[in-house]
Design a protein around this ligand. Structure first.
Ligand code: HEM
Length: 510
């Protein structure tokens, strides 16, 4: 069968979740087994448990426990949840001194309270994309980049529209470019596997970066002075942005002072960043022209599209693609693989061998496994928002008073594994989102900083790349099961995501 990977039409990438959902505009309401609004109002008021300890020392103690205690970050949250018998409590979040002036947060761990972080009538999202500290603007050309802007700031709308413009203008290139770049990657994985008995998925970094540059800007970095340095330059720059909240697995007496106590000086990454900037300035003329038409300088626009491409998109895909392979390739999923292969191949066949957005709408199981991975392993796990007013927040058992100015922090992997919302919440259930009942659960999938049933707009902080990300994640699964009947992986945790090896890739037999 000859396969064609084409985009459907010139319309913007826009995906219906599993099928057109009538609940699209529905706000986050709970199914009938949940308390009614009136009952919710009667939930007993409880003082938020937990404390911040002594000034300075309390923050350091929490930081060391978060990074270095047995069980790490998950245990940090789980043990406190148990101790306070509450999914809402007070704690300090890293980095604390001397990087963040105020580490105090109210932690939200359940799927009911978490969505308050998206309610911009109640919270503000200014300068807290990375949490209780904001990286130096020296790392971003002196600008506060879109991700740090609250929708109440006039620039937010202009810059978000620019990202929508970029995605819409280039939507026809995504499917063909994805196919071409990822075919090369899988060709090389096949060779590596046959030589060494295993093949590292680390080549995904170079492939993803090249794919993004070709799809978004029509330029292959290898044809420019950037060459193949893009991914390593981005990684170093991201480390300088995120070091206060990362662990690289070094001994704590080395790592904690270097990464978490002071900021890494931006001067050490200046020339690397300049190379990236020059590449984008030279390749993204059509976006910079549009920016000028909208009253944004070419310089500010260029720093913003660099950030959107390298930090938001490359960073996200670098984390999420290995996660997708890890969860689908997990032990005991052989039967799931054969169902996926059968579904994907028959949909492609009945659409004349074409892989399009419409073809993928006929693959409900494939769509469900992608959503399930976003649920069980959300790629951006930490979300912050500041209370704009005094308010009451609720988990399943209680209500809690929050004061204006307090920082709310949601640890998403717990919210999307809330056992009161999801059955077998800790398990990867590939077909969880199938059928009417499954679709109802999509509003609790929150990876894009909003429910999966809602859409990004200039008025909210939901990821503008939401549809693009869902599309490329689906394409990866489709590519896999057009090529292979089944596969097995080995994965180990890394600073951001997983290091993943394929230990078998069984070629398609039908
Ligand atoms: C796997 C890939 C991606 C993931 C996991 C991801 C995740 C997120 C999350 C969680 C946020 C909200 C952060 C917060 O405010 O707390 C966000 C915002 C944002 N993302 Fe994405 N994203 C991805 C891809 C993309 C793509 C493809 C683009 C654009 C090309 C993009 C551009 C942005 C921008 C500009 C914002 C800020 C939105 C605003 O200020 O309203 N992201 N993303």
């Amino acid at each position: 069968m000859e396969l064609k990977f084409t985009s459907l039409s010139s319309k913007a990438i826009s995906l219906a979740p599993l099928k057109a959902l009538s609940s699209e505009a529905e706000s986050l309401s709970f199914p009938s087994s949940e308390p009614t609004k009136q009952q919710q109002q009667q939930l007993p008021l409880r003082i938020i448990p937990g404390d911040y300890g002594l000034p300075f020392f309390g923050a350091i103690k929490d930081r060391l426990e978060y990074f270095y205690s047995d069980g790490g970050r998950n245990e940090f949250f789980r043990s406190r949840q148990q101790k306070y018998n509450s999914t809402i409590f007070r704690a300090n979040m890293p980095p604390g001194p001397f990087v963040a002036s105020d580490p105090k947060v109210i932690v939200l761990l359940d799927g009911k309270s978490f969505p308050v972080l998206f309610d911009l009538t109640k919270v503000e999202k200014k300068d807290l994309f990375t949490g209780t500290y904001m990286p130096s603007t020296n790392l971003t050309g002196g600008y506060r980049i879109l991700s740090y802007l609250d929708p109440s700031e006039p620039k937010h709308e202009k810059l978000k529209n620019l990202i929508f413009f970029l995605l819409k203008s280039r939507s026809n290139n995504v499917i063909p470019q994805f196919h071409s770049n990822y075919t090369d990657l899988f060709d090389s994985l096949d060779i590596e596997l046959s030589k060494n008995g295993k093949a590292s998925f680390s080549g995904n970094d170079q492939t993803a970066f090249t794919f993004l540059c070709r799809a978004f800007y029509g330029t292959d970095p290898k044809d420019t002075s950037l060459g193949s340095d893009g991914p390593s330059l981005v990684q170093k720059w991201v480390l300088f942005n995120l070091s206060p909240e990362l662990s690289l697995g070094l001994p704590k007496f080395i790592e904690d002072p270097i990464l978490h106590t002071f900021r890494l000086p931006s001067i050490f990454v200046k020339s690397d960043y300049k190379r990236l900037y020059d590449f984008f300035y030279g390749s993204a003329g059509f976006v910079l022209e549009e920016a000028e038409r909208q009253g944004i300088s070419r310089d500010e626009a260029c720093h913003n599209i660099l950030f959107a491409t390298c930090f938001n998109t490359f960073g996200g895909v670098k984390i999420f693609f290995p996660a997708l392979m890890k969860w689908i390739g997990g032990p005991g999923n052989k039967e799931l693989h054969s169902r996926l292969a059968q579904e994907i191949r028959s949909a492609v066949k009945s659409n004349g061998g074409e892989v399009t957005i419409a073809t993928m709408e006929e693959m409900p199981l494939m769509k469900s496994v992608v959503y399930e991975t976003f649920r069980i392993d959300p790629p951006v796990p930490l979300q912050y928002a500041k209370a704009k007013q005094d308010m009451v927040i609720e988990n399943h058992e209680n209500s809690f008073q929050v004061k204006k100015g307090e920082m709310l922090f949601g640890f998403q992997p717990f919210a999307t594994k809330d056992p009161k919302i999801f059955e077998r919440a800790e398990e990867f259930v590939g077909d969880r989102f199938l059928g009417e009942e499954g679709e109802k659960l999509l509003k609790y999938v929150l990876w894009s900083n909003g429910p999966e049933t809602e859409s990004p707009s200039v008025r909210n902080k939901q990821c503008p790349g939401k549809d693009f990300v869902v599309l490329v994640s689906r394409l990866l699964v489709v590519e896999m099961f057009l090529r292979y009947d089944s596969f097995e992986v080995e994965a180990t945790k890394s600073a951001l995501g997983y290091d993943l090896n394929f230990i078998s890739l069984a070629k398609a037999t039908s």
